[in-house]
Unconditional design. Structure first.
Length: 202
């Protein structure tokens, strides 16, 4: 049995290289095409359950997946799969933060760096804090593996930490991993052992 993890389709902010955590932007035409490819994969894989981040871009991706499936399936919106909050940097392009006092610290300590300020009342996160939040969910999945093929539509940061946890990556290896919009992670339980692989969408 498999549990699939996919990133939402490409968005306008992705294309413009903007910080996009709790902020949102619509899928591009390419992003919609990626979502349709994910839907075709889900159909071929026999996915019968869908777990989705509450962010609009993930929900938009999930709707396209369901259209491709051609049938309604159970959908759970789960906050744990949200993207991290980039605080005051939300919606800004990397080129717009070159003069920020915290930029050098960000470049030097990416895992532990806490993004300054807040976005709509939510304080900036650090990657380390988001990983700590996700670990109990990873532990639960290890002990209670889904009985039916399940797809989780999430974001860059949660997928990065799926790799870190299940592939036992070092901090540096995890931060070097860049989840793509047109690839997914396949977590499989075989004879009581969990194996994680990465594959391209068809």
């Amino acid at each position: 049995m498999s549990l699939y993890f996919a990133r939402h389709g490409q968005t306008v902010f992705n294309l413009e290289n903007r910080f996009q955590g709790l902020s949102d932007s619509p899928l591009t035409d390419l992003g919609k095409a990626q979502a349709r490819r994910l839907g075709e994969f889900a159909k071929q894989a026999g996915v019968t359950n869908l777990i989705v981040s509450p962010r609009g871009r993930a929900i938009e991706t999930a709707k396209i997946v369901i259209e491709a499936l051609g049938q309604d399936i159970p959908v759970v919106i789960d906050q744990i799969w949200r993207e991290m909050c980039y605080g005051d940097w939300e919606g800004r392009a990397e080129s717009e933060i070159v003069n920020e006092p915290a930029r050098e610290e960000w470049l030097r300590y990416q895992l532990s760096f806490t993004y300054p300020g807040n976005y709509q009342g939510h304080p900036g996160d650090s990657y380390a804090a988001r990983y700590a939040e996700l670990v109990p969910t990873f532990e639960f999945l290890t002990k209670h593996f889904p009985a039916r093929p399940t797809l989780i539509v999430a974001h860059y940061t949660p997928l990065r930490f799926v790799r870190k946890y299940f592939d036992r990556l070092s901090d540096d290896e995890a931060m070097a991993y860049e989840p793509a919009h047109d690839r997914l992670l396949d977590l499989t339980m075989i004879d009581g052992r969990i194996q994680l692989t990465e594959e391209a969408l068809p």
